[in-house]
Design a protein around this ligand. Structure first.
Ligand SMILES: *Cc1c(COP(=O)(O)O)cnc(C)c1O
Ligand code: SF4
Length: 330
């Protein structure tokens, strides 16, 4: 077993245990759900170590600690907000945009984010055959217009090196593919996942590698994460970041500016800032469009243009991510 697999086993699964180690009295958190039933808590110890001791409002803690409000029904918040079920021409292959398709490589993640838009995704139906992706590969081979394959999930870096190697070798053999993109939060959840073997697998592929890390706050990017990112850059891989705008966690221009600055230090280019997908159970994280636009105006006034992410939302049926125009400064 690799170090990262050991770390995964040792992740916190009990909210009360995590709070105890952070010296936080659960009685101080009236919104806590101490025994989440459908979507379990999972927090790697290394991620928890970046939280502030004694602070129930820590921005990393707020992303992972289960809330009672997740059980409330809120109008407009549904199990499949992006209508992904209807865009799977083959099980496990989501094809919505021209030239690129998304492969559900696994249902597993190293960390469970409470805002996750795939928290109710029917992974069992999407993954068929020994490794789970044979149907998706058949679909890919049948469509020469697809030149970029995006590994998603779940988290593609929760696959073992052996499985990932098998998958990438099969992708290498699909002639029309040029780019291999991974959308992953694993480098933040478990930076030890970036093993020498993983780097070798990427370096050996004939495809150009793009890694989109999902960081929501500068505090997530400690020196260990920075080191893992530096190694990925040397493959070479293009490193991008996407952030979900989350109420109470990163809903200010100051916090997002810090994140962009920190990403730059880590060699990562800010890419998208997402308005939350309206998944059931996450309504308490949502921000009004007007609030998001105001944050963007302030952010744009603080940073060089290349550190300002694009504010977008996912609209089912649209040909790409839909930009939210936030207009010039008054
Ligand atoms: C977000 C997404 C993509 C990637 O879109 P880009 O704008 O290229 O980053 C591709 N396919 C699906 C299904 C997506 O949801
Ligand atoms: S890592 Fe991504 S897919 Fe996994 S729980 Fe978090 S948001 Fe969802």
């Amino acid at each position: 077993m690799n170090d990262w697999q050991q770390s995964l086993r040792e992740a916190y699964r009990e909210p009360l245990r995590l709070l105890k180690d952070l010296h936080i009295d659960p009685a101080r958190i009236d919104w806590l759900d101490p025994t989440p039933s459908e979507f379990a808590m999972r927090v790697p110890r290394g991620f928890a170590a970046r939280m502030q001791i004694g602070n129930p409002q820590d921005p990393l803690l707020l992303q992972v600690l289960p809330r009672r409000a997740e059980h409330e029904d809120v109008a407009g918040f549904v199990p499949d907000p992006l209508g992904e079920a209807q865009f799977q021409p083959f099980p496990g292959l989501i094809h919505k945009y021209h030239g690129r398709a998304l492969l559900i490589a696994t249902g597993a993640c190293g960390i469970h984010c409470r805002y996750c838009f795939r928290r109710e995704f029917p992974y069992a139906q999407a993954r068929q055959g020994t490794d789970g992706w044979q149907a998706a590969l058949t679909g890919l081979r049948a469509d020469p217009s697809i030149e970029e394959i995006i590994l998603s999930g779940g988290d593609p870096l929760s696959l073992s090196d052996d499985k990932l190697e098998r998958l990438i070798e099969q992708l290498d053999d699909i002639a029309q593919l040029r780019r291999l993109r991974l959308h992953t939060r694993q480098i933040i959840a478990l930076p030890e996942r970036v093993t020498p073997r993983l780097l070798e697998i990427f370096a050996r592929s004939r495809l150009r590698v793009v890694v989109v890390i999902h960081s929501n706050h500068a505090n997530e990017l400690d020196s260990q994460v920075q080191e893992a990112l530096a190694q990925l850059r040397q493959i070479p891989a293009l490193l991008l970041n996407q952030t979900v705008l989350l109420a109470g966690i990163n809903d200010s221009a100051a916090i997002l500016a810090q994140l962009s600055q920190r990403l730059f230090e880590c060699g990562v280019q800010p890419y998208y800032l997402h308005q939350l997908d309206a998944v059931r159970g996450a309504a308490h994280f949502a921000l009004a469009d007007e609030t998001a636009r105001g944050i963007m105006r302030n952010l744009n006034a603080q940073l060089p243009g290349y550190l300002v992410p694009r504010l977008v939302r996912e609209v089912p049926g649209a040909p790409g991510k839909s930009p939210l125009n936030w207009g010039p400064l008054d």
